[in-house]
Ligand binder design. Structure first.
Ligand SMILES: [Zn+2]
Length: 346
């Protein structure tokens, strides 16, 4: 059972805090707010965690190589953006350490670079025949017969799966989100968690889940937009588009980072043709260029949004937008409450 009034005020005040933080951001010299100050790049795996294995290379090495190229390109094109990496060498920072690091650095965007893999298929071929003797009938009618039985050789066929896909965290259904938050409550290990939410705050309570969702909701649209723009760029250079995918569970870092986040599966190391591409200088440059182009469009999109917001503020519609935010949360709380009732059989 939820103490709805308490909860409502908690959420409402959080909404207002976030809202006032947004409008209190210091403007730049040209009078415009910077839409992105810090980007965190997370090369997947590393150290003892090699990730997926190809015929001659490891995922962790490709992730690092692409990430470093990507970072260098971002730095060239956006010299004002602060870049931080969760690793720049062959080490394995724990996932919670990566997320904490990103949060501590107050990232505005988290980009995870990974390499995909599909399992080998089993193939077989007939290599010859063996004569096998068998008998039919009983007693006097028993007859000896022979037949040819094919002999097979079994082998592994590399999967032909290829292309890129970009993951974001989140799911269409409230239930899934709830599940995901419950599964990974690390998101609450924020520095000022107790101070912000009180010492008796249970991370797995519906209240906590609601707070987390409020946060997630803000980032979801941004993550989804960037992910879409990244896939668009991959398509333009002829990569196979495996689309933007949402995962409610499983990609922990995406959820634990308090910022828009995407995970790019750059290609399939299990496909020999793609393994070659992923390891090549040209391939790594192309992948990085695609992500940087998408980033440019994303920044543009954020700036347009900001302009719209400023217009709204001038029209004194800002109160309405905060009211909408609170109404959204209220609606969510009702869903949680209904689910809780269902579970407890009331
Ligand atoms: Zn991976």
């Amino acid at each position: 059972m939820i103490k709805r009034t308490t909860l409502f005020f908690l959420i409402a005040s959080l909404g207002i805090t976030i809202f006032s933080f947004e409008i209190n951001k210091q403007p730049d010299t040209d009078g415009k707010q910077k839409v992105i100050r810090t980007i965190v790049i997370d090369p997947g795996h590393g150290g003892s965690d090699a990730g997926a294995k190809g015929q001659y290379s490891y995922e962790k090495d490709i992730c690092l190589a692409v990430s470093l190229k990507l970072g260098k390109m971002i730095q060239e094109q956006f010299p004002d953006i602060k870049l931080v990496y969760t690793r720049t060498t062959d080490t394995y920072p724990a996932l919670h350490a990566r997320a904490n690091y990103a949060n501590e650095n107050k990232g505005d965007l988290f980009i995870c670079v990974h390499v995909n893999s599909a399992p080998m298929k089993k193939g077989s071929e007939i290599v010859g025949y063996k004569t096998v003797t068998y008998y039919v009938g009983k007693g006097k009618n028993r007859k000896k017969k022979t037949k040819e039985v094919p002999q097979y050789r079994y082998f592994n066929i590399p999967s032909t799966a290829k292309g890129t896909e970009t993951y974001i965290w989140g799911a269409g259904k409230t239930d899934d989100k709830e599940l995901a938050v419950r599964e990974n409550s690390y998101i609450y290990s924020e520095e000022n968690f107790e101070k912000n939410y009180g010492p008796n705050f249970d991370p797995n309570s519906p209240e906590a889940i609601a707070v987390s969702l409020l946060k997630t909701k803000q980032y979801f649209k941004r993550s989804a937009t960037l992910a879409g723009l990244i896939q668009d760029e991959f398509v333009k250079v002829g990569r196979i588009d495996r689309d933007v995918k949402q995962r409610p569970v499983g990609i922990w870092v995406l959820q634990a980072t308090a910022m828009p986040s995407v995970l790019v599966e750059t290609g399939f190391i299990s496909n020999p043709e793609e393994e070659k591409y992923l390891n090549s200088e040209a391939g790594q440059v192309e992948l990085s260029e695609c992500i940087v182009k998408a980033l440019k469009n994303y920044v543009k999109w954020l700036e347009d949004k900001q302009e719209d917001n400023e217009k709204d503020n001038k029209d004194e519609k800002s109160k309405d937008s905060n009211a909408a935010r609170i109404a959204d949360t209220k609606e969510f709380l009702e869903t949680v409450e209904a689910n809780e009732k269902k579970k407890s059989g009331r």
